[in-house]
Design a binder for this molecule. Structure first.
Ligand SMILES: [Zn+2]
Ligand SMILES: [Zn+2]
Length: 153
């Protein structure tokens, strides 16, 4: 789903401020790449972002988009959703949130929950390493896929 124009504006302002804080130049290309990621809550992968950016910057290469995404990820400007690096999906939502992952279409959607935010990493996790954030992943079939399945029946 597309985010509201107001939310997109807020995200882009946050992006600009973070890039400056990290010493990254806010280039036209980087802004357009970020905009395509930030305008949706669908957590697109690099290829999907590339296809969208190409509509506005036809000369851009996939490699450029991919490298920009990895750079932004390394600087903490965007986050990678916990999937293997080669099929990484990216997340522009920097606020504490949780994910609903659809087991049918693979969509990753954000939701907020103050009860989940209050959870602390258990001792078993702290034995593995030092936790710095905690995100709850709810798995299931999204409403859209459920409707599609009902229609197919
Ligand atoms: Zn689905
Ligand atoms: Zn997310």
């Amino acid at each position: 789903m597309a985010v509201s124009a107001k939310e997109l504006q807020r995200r882009i302002e946050g992006f600009t401020a973070l890039c400056r804080a990290e010493g990254l130049k806010v280039t036209h290309q980087r802004t357009e790449i970020y905009r395509e990621l930030a305008r949706t809550d669908e957590h697109p992968d690099a290829l999907a972002i590339y296809r969208r950016v190409r509509r506005r910057i036809p000369s851009i290469s996939f490699d450029t988009v991919y490298r920009a995404l990895r750079l932004l990820e390394n600087k903490g400007v965007i986050r990678r959703v916990g999937t293997p690096a080669d099929s990484a999906q990216f997340d522009a939502n920097r606020e504490t949130h949780h994910h609903f992952v659809c087991s049918a279409c693979g969509a990753v959607r954000d939701f907020r929950c103050t009860a989940f935010d209050a959870l602390e990493a258990p001792a078993a996790a702290r034995q593995i390493g030092t936790p710095d954030s905690l995100r709850v992943e709810v798995r299931g079939v999204c409403a859209e896929c459920a409707r599609r399945r009902a229609r197919a029946r």
